[in-house]
Design a protein around this ligand. Structure first.
Ligand code: HDE
Length: 695
């Protein structure tokens, strides 16, 4: 039996108390508590006191249990990812719709209805592991599919283009966005001189800049964003015929983002907002789902298309090649352990099964080197594929052996081939991975193809495809970011690029920055085009869910609130498959008008309205009187209004609305009768009342 800190024998009950959490102790099959051991398996008698010479004497080196425990603790951290350090993963499966054998021999696409295990890790790019979720940033969208012919990793982002065209510029891009080396800040922010200095000197980044200054870079939820493979890949069928392919993940939940002011406040109120949201949704059985779509095209299309299909700063508009749904990805299980799975998962662009192949995109080619290399640094051994999350789930056989932490080695005499012992695996030209036999010729050069030279036309196309308020958000984001840049010449250099994208945008940003005289347009290697048509697929608002499913209403209550109304609201939200959360003056809850007790989930200071998609204010007159005096309650309402959210309220809440500066509009809905609850939820399906912002 273990010793308590007082030195007395402690019962299991005492041990629970000593832990202070009442948590479950591990039990053996016959119900006894498992005995704690060292990592070597030796039972531990005392985990409370180091071995020392006399009660008040020095610690003894011979205390192997203490030394092993501290040694292991000292080495708990592994290097965080150099980019995409902050991430969150979930398990699920991919279900193939129907055979794509015509285009690819990839095993995963041969049989309709087949399910393949999957692991997904979402991430931000710039911040460290402990940074906040709502940074303005690209989101990583990395999918590992454990296919019957090996792991296939689609290591994508939530934005379909990238900042640079050649992998050799990646370290420069990332250095520029990370904390500045002399001062060590800012963390997880692009709003500083070094980033905008690099960008303003790198015109190829302009299309991507439009995307990251848009609300795509501040998604409401990881569940509400698209994913993109970015590069052009190849499908190869059984006859080794090639079809070019781009991969897109479309969320069944629809697209949704927050506004910048909201993002800033969410980072303060709940820095884990995105991971908590994914955790809550999956734990509640509301499994997020994406459709995998492919854009397929041949060499003929590639030759005729306006831009180079190898250029990762360009998209192929969905109006030109319609994405074809080929399967669905469902996330239905959280990892058992964050470190073992989410932290140790190793994604690699070069993980492709037979039937999928690379294109010559110079970014992809560079990535194919980087992702293997980085795993050695992070996971520390060539045997990182022995970690369960990285191991294939199909049979595998090879002669790789030994090295740090080897969990599996070849069995038997032969660890090479050919061998005379007729042992071990052999290659198979039929089943094995074959590359597309693309002809390659030319001089050995360091040159950027001229077909990569148009840096502005698609940036303009993205901008004009946005709704009015989305355009406004881009202008505000650029203004905010550049307002943090201390060197005026960098701000002006950016305006000179914007002039090549959209003059109105450039003028607005210049005016808001207080730049009196517009600079000259940046020299463009190729005259920017203004004839590319708007594409609806590029707007978030045009691709919303038209449903409130999976969203959450924050309900501000007080003592004396109407219990029947709350019940009605809860039931209506449930049938919409949305949820509600009670925000109360005290987290213990409030006493409703009928004497029933309504438990709080948040206390008002801890549950600001930025955490919700819409709000309802269900208070008594006395409650409203009290809440009017509280800044947190006034902010709850005024923020919801400023962020264009739908607000339902009882009549008694009027003084609070007035004090918070709420002006009546169609998004402010009085709950006079039960029918009004339905009207509120119907309005919520629009997610936000953007017309309010225009006012
Ligand atoms: Fe990555 N990237 N990247 N990247 N990337 C990494 O690999 C790299 C790029 C992306 O959740 C690293 O395991 C280079 C584009 C995601 O674990 C590293 C270049 C896209 C993740 C690396 C790029 C991505 C990474 C760091 C320029 C979207 C996180 C840790 C050619 C299509 C995966 C690691 C996860 C991670 C290199 C550009 C997506 C260093 C050299 C473009 C989603 O290998």
């Amino acid at each position: 039996m273990a010793r308590s800190p007082t030195g007395k024998s402690a019962s299991i009950h005492d041990q629970k108390l000593a832990r202070g959490n009442g948590g479950e102790l591990h039990q053996t099959a016959d119900g006894d508590t498992e005995v704690m051991t060292t990592a070597q398996g030796a039972p531990v008698a005392d985990d409370q006191n180091t071995l020392r010479m006399g009660q008040r004497g020095p610690a003894l080196m011979e205390d192997f249990h203490f030394r092993e425990k501290i040694f292991h603790f000292d080495h708990e951290r592994i290097p965080e990812r150099v980019v995409h350090a902050r991430g969150y993963g979930a398990h699920g499966y991919f279900e193939t719709y129907e055979s794509l054998a015509k285009y690819t021999r990839a095993d995963i696409f041969q049989r309709g209805g087949e399910k393949t295990p999957a692991f997904v890790r979402f991430s931000t790019v710039a911040g460290s592991k402990g940074s906040a979720d709502l940074a303005r940033d690209v989101r990583g969208f990395a999918v590992k599919l454990y296919t019957q012919e090996g792991n296939w990793d689609i290591v994508g982002n939530n934005i379909p283009v990238f900042f640079i065209q050649d992998a050799i510029k990646f370290p420069d891009l990332i250095h520029s966005v990370k904390p500045e080396p002399d001062r060590g800040f800012p963390q997880a922010q692009s709003a500083h001189d070094n980033f905008w200095d690099f960008i303003s000197l790198t015109p190829e980044s302009m299309n991507m800049i439009m995307w990251v200054m848009s609300d795509r870079a501040i998604p409401r939820s990881l569940r509400f964003m698209e994913g993109f493979g970015v590069h052009t890949f190849r499908f190869l069928n059984a006859k080794d015929e090639s079809t070019f392919v781009k991969f897109l993940w479309k969320p069944k939940q629809g697209l949704q983002s927050v506004v910048w002011n909201e993002a800033v406040k969410i980072n303060g109120a709940d820095p884990d907002f995105h991971r908590r949201d994914l955790w809550d949704a999956i734990k509640a059985g509301d499994f997020p789902e994406w459709e995998l779509c492919v854009q397929l095209f041949d060499q003929d299309f590639a030759d005729k298309f306006d831009f180079d299909i190898l250029d990762p700063t360009k998209i192929i508009p969905e109006e030109i090649i319609e994405p074809m749904p080929v399967g669905r990805l469902v996330l239905d299980r959280m990892p058992d352990n964050f470190f073992a799975e989410t932290e140790q998962v190793a994604f690699m662009t070069q993980n492709v099964p037979p039937g999928v192949d690379f294109s010559n995109d110079p970014l992809l080619q560079g990535r194919n080197f980087s992702y293997l290399d980085t795993q050695i640094k992070r996971l520390g051994s060539t045997n990182f594929t022995h970690i369960p999350i990285n191991a294939p789930k199909c049979p595998f056989h090879h002669f790789q052996q030994d090295g740090h932490m080897a969990m599996r080695n070849p069995v038997g005499r032969a660890n090479y081939q050919p061998n005379s012992w007729e042992m071990g695996p052999r290659e198979d030209p039929q089943k094995g991975f074959r590359s597309f036999a693309e002809a390659a010729d030319g001089q050995k050069v360091r040159l950027r193809a001229e077909s990569f030279a148009d840096h502005y036309s698609q940036a303009r196309q993205f901008f004009i495809s946005q709704t009015m308020h989305e355009q406004k958000h881009i202008a505000m984001a650029l203004t905010f970011e550049l307002s943090k840049v201390e060197t005026p010449v960098i701000r002006e250099r950016m305006i000179s690029h914007l002039l090549n994208i959209d003059e109105g945008l450039a003028e607005t940003v210049a005016e808001k920055l207080g730049i009196k005289k517009l600079p000259k347009k940046a020299d463009a290697a190729v005259e920017p085009r203004d004839d590319l048509p708007a594409s609806d697929a590029l707007s978030i608002v045009k691709n919303g869910p038209h449903s409130f499913k999976g969203r959450k209403v924050g309900v501000l209550v007080s003592d004396g609130c109407e219990a029947a109304l709350l019940k009605k609201l809860e039931a209506a939200l449930k049938s919409e498959r949305a949820t509600m959360e009670i925000v109360a003056p005290k987290v213990g809850g409030v006493e409703a008008s009928d004497g029933s007790w309504i438990e709080g989930k948040q206390m008002i200071d801890g549950g600001p309205s930025v955490l919700y998609d819409a709000v309802a204010i269900v208070v008594s007159s006395e409650g409203a009187e009290q809440l009017v005096k509280q800044a947190a309650a006034r902010d709850f309402v005024s923020d919801a209004f400023a962020h264009c959210k739908f607000i339902a309220h009882v009549q008694a809440a009027q003084p609070l609305l007035d004090k918070a500066g709420v002006e009546a509009d169609e998004g402010v809905i009085a709950l006079k009768s039960p029918a009004d609850v339905s009207a509120f939820i119907e309005s919520c399906r629009q997610l936000r009342l953007w017309a309010r912002e225009a006012k």
